[in-house]
Each structure stands twice: as structure tokens, then as C-alpha cells.
Design a protein around this ligand. Structure first.
Ligand SMILES: [Zn+2]
Length: 612
């Protein structure tokens, strides 16, 4: 996996050409939404990388990239570009680069000299240097500059993606993002000419390979810590990442690892190796004190929509209110109102059975499958009519919620709406009820906890009916606060104020029954007086909404008087809770809503608030 050593003489010829080709264009439009970018005292742009989990490594590509495993990374600042020659010279250090140009990445730099630069840069900004210049050990507590850990580098490179490259798996697109063997003409290029990754970082692929702080070990992942892993304590070679101007497309991949000896002799250093610096974002001296802060906002999607035409394939009986037309009018309205194009579209997949069985019994799941295969007209009761495709569609409905959750946790978006059917909140462990087959929101809550290690979940259910299935799933569970306001007494009969949970889950179920005819003011009062204080005290890590819109004034079934504007206000209250408690992490899942016009306008108002 070691990058082959390049002979200096063979590059000397290229030098003349490079001196002629100098680009004036330092920036291209990046794809990032909101980036927090600073310019340091020494004039170097850095991007704030948010804290979070990611899947490190890759399956089946190379043994040293596996096993794929979950890693947590604390927030840090990272240079937006590879360190360029102009910056290096500012510190009165002679430029070792082969391909000389002020805006080209620095290369022919060995690992030790890269760390020396980190220390000089720290001192110039009054920060504590990270490297001991005798032992070359890195003090990770210091507030100065250092090389990224291998895990930090990959996390920043992936920028919330899980594909081979941050732009997907199609290697043909690498040309737009990188200078590599296919398009580099055997030399480096000024940084920032290619497209950035989703977090606004340039040249993560190609141009020059980048030093990481870590020693290289082929077996690194087998023993890696989960939180901010730092690589083995000892080793002969240091890790290189990202590929260089002479690399194949494969060795530019996000998870590709290579290494080189961290030699001291500059003459032996390679012209395919450079670096960029990072510094902690969590220490006491905030970088903001030393630097000019500049927040950039871009008109890109902060919100995702889960929808797929497969949801239209769950056929109910003629005249049944839970019809595929509900989703047809929703998507048509979003397109007509201009919101659709602003949403990141997520493609849902069937929920894997390991997650579905956290809420439903295997016997029930098989019964649903068989009933659909055998052409049964309905499931458990006449109000859950099914067609041949209903089993598959119900799997994709729950799976869609998981896709939305992943996108939010991975910070691709802040929040998401799932336009799915069949709905879910009445579905019990082993029983279909009230148009519902699988409990989409309950499966989502379990998934957040087990897959993403976020423990406390708030479920807000404003469907006009009580979500008996969701309540039952978490009735004795203090990690899920279930809040429902609904018409009462009404279908399904549960949801009195006295139902508050059981055992350890006592008081983690909150039911607020309302009489028929309740409107915006009544709902708002409930949300302000009951939901808000309970939710803030609970302080969830993630918020789910069981978003039924059948309390709308024109609904066929609900008998309430809520308007689209009322739903917008309820949305704002729940969104505020998510922002105060959990960085805005929120996924809203469609439940009921049977007056087509009222449903479409309410969903539109709901999404308008969420995407603000
Ligand atoms: Zn309902």
C-alpha cells in the first residue's frame, strides 16, 4: 500500500512546464450548505468539522480497510486546502517542493518537517504547540495545530457519506474532484480548483497525499478505540491518505490507506506527499477569540424528503380514506409550491428484519407476508385492507424512516419528512389496526437507540387518533417519552390522561385528550403548557413526530378544527425543542390525514417550517 518513491530527476523536466502553467482561479463553488469557516491569524482558511459518528473503513476493498466499524469524532477545525508553498515560506522555512508555485500544495515534505510547521504555526498565533520536538509525540490536549488522526481525516473526507467517494460510487466523477493519474499531467496543481466535498474541503482526493499523525498498522481497525482513535503507539511508517497526482482512482477512495517512512532526510521525501493541519474545536481557548469568523450560508437543502412511488402500490378498498391519492396530492403540492426541488430526496429501502423485530414479533411479520401472498383482503380487521404488494410497501415505509434517521445523524440534513404509507402508530407487536401494518415511528426510535447510540427519544404524536401501538411499545420504557394529543373518547379507545406508563416508564407517557371540535388555540395551549416543559426536562437526543394531519378542519374523519397554519405553529414548537436539546435532529413521519386538500396544505406548511 506504500506509494512508490518517485525519482527526483524524472520530475525536474516537469518543473519548467509547471512554472508556465499557473492558475489564477483559487476557488470553485462548493456544495456545502452552511459552513463555519474562519481565517486564522496567519491567513489560512479552516472549516469547522462537526462532531459525530461515522462508519470507518470499507468492506471487501483491501484487508487493511476492514472491519468497518463505528467511530466517534469530536469537533475540530481543519484546513480547507492542503498547505500551500506560499504559507510554508511565511515561516521562513525553505520550500522543499518539486513543483514550485505559491498556490500549489507543499510537497517533498517529510512527516517530521510537517509537524515542525504545525508547531511554528501554533507559536505564530500564540497557541500551545502540540509536538514535542525531541520525541515527536503529539499532545492532543494542546490547543495548537497538529496533523489529523487517520480517523479524523477519513471522517472529514467522507463528510457524512458512506460511499467510496464523497460524491458517490461512480468513479467517473472523480475528475471533477481530484487531480490524479488520469488528469494531472504528472504534476500537482494549485489547490481549490476542483469541487469541494460536502463539508467544503478541497483536494481531499488527489493532488498530494496527506500525512496523518498516526503510525500505520495493517491491523489498526481490529484494535481501534471507538472514540477519537489515535492509531498504534509505535510503528515505522506514518499513514498517508487521499492519493496524489500519480495515483489510480482506487487509491483516492475515502477509506484507502497507504504509508511512508517518516524519515528526516528531505532529499528522500517524495513529491507526492503533502499535508494539511487540524486543531481541536473543543478546548478552552475558543478559536473565535483569535480569528475572524465568517459564516457562510448557501441555498442548499437542509431538509430531506423520503418518498418513493412504491408507496402507491399498497391498495386499499374502493372508497377507503387511506388511499394512495394522499401521497399523490402531497408530492404534487410540494412540486407546485416550489418546495420539492429544495429537498434532498432519499430513496427508501425495505427495513431489515433485525430492526423490524425490535417492535413486531417474527410470527406477525410472517403472517403479514403470507396474508399478502395468499391474497387475503384484509389483515386482522376490516379497517386494514391489503393488496399483494402491501407487505413489501409496509417494509419500505418503515425503511424510509431509517433512511431519514441516517441522513439526520450523519448531518447530511438537519431534519426530514417521510411521506410514507401505510401509516404506523396503531400497529401493535402482533396486530394490525387502524390502517396501520408496521409501526414506522416505533421501529425508527429503536433504530436510533441501537444503531446510532442516541438514548433518549421524544415522540410527539399529533394525529387526531391516539397512537396506541406506539404507546404500548414504550409503555414501560423511560428512554422514550411518548406525547400524544388526540380526540377523546374516539378511535381506538385508548389515550386517557390516566395512562401514564408503567414501571420504570411511569410518567414517560403523556396523553392529553381533547374534545371534538378543538382548534388551533387548543392545540397550541397543550403544546406550550404540557409538551414544552416535559420535553425540555426530558432533553431528548432525537425527536420523532407522528405527523397525522387528520385533526385538520376539513378532514373526513377527525372532527377537529386545526388549520394548516396551526400545524405550522405546532411544527415550530417541536422544532424549537429539537434545536434546544439535540442540534435540531428531527424526523417527521406521515400518519393520518384524509381530506386531500387539507392534507396537502398542512404538509406544505409543516415542511416550510422545518426547512427554515
Ligand atoms: Zn389518525
Amino acid at each position: 500500500m506504500t506509494i512508490p518513491y518517485r525519482e527526483l530527476m524524472s520530475k525536474a523536466l516537469c518543473l519548467l512546464i509547471v512554472l508556465i502553467i499557473v492558475s489564477g482561479c483559487r476557488r470553485v463553488e462548493d456544495e456545502a450548505g452552511t459552513l463555519e469557516v474562519i481565517t486564522t491569524k496567519t491567513g489560512i482558511e479552516m472549516v469547522k468539522i462537526p462532531e459525530g459518528w461515522f462508519d470507518m473503513g470499507s468492506k471487501g476493498s483491501s484487508p487493511d480497510e476492514s472491519p468497518v466499524h463505528k467511530v466517534w469524532i469530536s469537533s475540530f477545525w481543519m484546513d480547507r486546502y492542503e498547505v500551500v508553498q506560499e504559507q510554508f515560506k511565511k515561516f521562513q522555512i525553505s520550500d522543499p517542493s518539486h513543483f514550485k508555485d505559491p498556490n500549489n500544495p507543499l510537497e517533498q515534505i517529510n512527516w517530521t518537517d510537517a509537524t515542525l510547521f504545525c508547531n511554528e504555526r501554533s507559536l505564530a498565533e500564540g497557541l500551545e504547540p502540540c509536538y514535542d520536538e525531541e520525541t515527536w509525540e503529539c499532545n492532543f490536549q494542546a490547543n495548537g495545530y497538529r496533523l489529523p488522526t487517520e480517523a479524523e481525516w477519513e471522517y472529514a473526507c467522507r463528510a457524512g457519506t458512506a460511499t467510496n467517494f464523497s460524491f458517490g460510487n461512480d468513479v467517473r466523477n472523480l475528475k471533477g474532484h481530484a487531480w490524479f493519474a488520469e488528469n494531472s499531467s504528472e504534476k500537482t496543481h494549485p489547490v481549490g480548483q476542483k469541487k469541494s466535498n460536502p463539508w467544503g474541503l478541497y483536494d481531499m482526493y488527489g493532488n498530494v497525499s496527506e500525512w496523518c499523525n498516526d503510525f500505520y498498522s495493517e491491523n489498526y481497525y481490529k484494535n481501534s478505540e471507538q472514540k477519537n482513535p489515535k492509531g498504534p503507539i509505535k510503528g515505522k511508517e506514518r499513514v498517508l491518505r487521499g492519493g496524489a497526482w500519480n495515483s489510480s482512482a482506487d487509491s483516492c477512495r475515502s477509506s484507502y490507506r497507504s504509508s511512508d517512512p517518516s524519515i528526516d532526510d528531505t532529499c528522500l521525501a517524495s513529491d507526492v506527499i503533502g499535508f494539511r493541519c487540524v486543531r481541536n474545536a473543543t478546548n478552552n481557548i475558543s478559536p473565535e477569540k483569535n480569528m475572524v469568523k465568517n459564516k457562510q450560508s448557501r441555498e442548499t437543502s437542509k431538509m430531506a424528503l423520503v418518498y418513493d412511488d412504491i408507496y402507491l402500490e399498497h391498495k386499499t378498498t374502493q372508497g377507503h380514506p387511506e388511499t394512495s391519492q394522499r401521497l399523490v396530492v402531497i408530492t404534487a403540492r410540494l412540486k407546485a409550491g416550489g418546495l420539492y426541488s429544495k429537498l434532498l430526496k432519499l430513496s427508501p429501502k425495505p427495513v431489515p428484519s433485525e430492526w423490524l423485530t425490535m417492535v413486531h414479533s417474527p410470527e406477525y411479520i410472517q403472517r403479514v407476508r403470507r396474508s399478502c401472498e395468499e391474497g387475503a383482503g384484509y389483515l386482522d380487521s376490516m379497517d386494514v385492507p391489503i393488496s399483494a404488494e402491501s407487505y413489501e410497501v409496509a417494509l419500505v415505509a418503515a425503511g424510509g424512516v431509517l433512511s431519514a434517521i441516517d441522513a439526520v445523524v450523519e448531518k447530511k440534513v438537519t431534519n426530514a419528512f417521510c411521506a410514507v404509507r401505510p401509516p404506523g402508530h396503531h400497529a401493535l407487536k402482533d396486530k394490525a389496526m387502524g390502517f396501520c401494518i408496521f409501526n414506522n415511528v416505533a421501529v425508527g426510535a429503536k433504530y436510533i437507540q441501537k444503531k446510532h447510540n442516541l438514548s433518549d427519544i421524544l415522540i410527539v404524536d399529533w394525529d387526531v387518533h391516539h397512537g396506541n401501538g406506539t404507546q404500548a411499545t414504550f409503555y414501560d420504557d423511560p428512554s422514550v417519552l411518548y406525547f400524544s394529543t388526540h380526540r377523546y373518547p374516539f378511535y381506538p379507545g385508548t389515550g386517557s390522561e390516566a395512562e401514564k406508563g408503567s414501571g420504570k416508564g411511569m410518567n414517560y407517557t403523556i396523553n392529553v385528550p381533547l374534545p371534538a371540535g378543538s382548534g388551533d388555540a387548543d392545540y397550541l395551549r397543550v403544546f406550550k403548557e404540557k409538551l414544552e416543559p416535559a420535553a425540555l426536562a426530558f432533553s431528548p437526543d432525537f425527536v420523532l413526530i407522528s405527523a397525522g394531519f387528520d385533526a385538520h378542519k376539513d378532514d373526513l374523519l377527525g372532527g377537529m378544527k386545526v388549520t394548516a397554519e396551526g400545524f405550522a405553529q405546532l411544527t415550530q414548537i417541536v422544532k424549537d425543542i429539537s434545536e434546544k436539546c439535540c442540534e435540531g435532529r428531527l424526523v417527521s413521519v406521515l400518519e393520518g390525514g384524509y381530506g386531500l386538500e387539507g392534507l396537502a396544505s398542512s404538509v406544505e406548511a409543516h415542511i416550510q417550517v422545518l426547512m427554515r
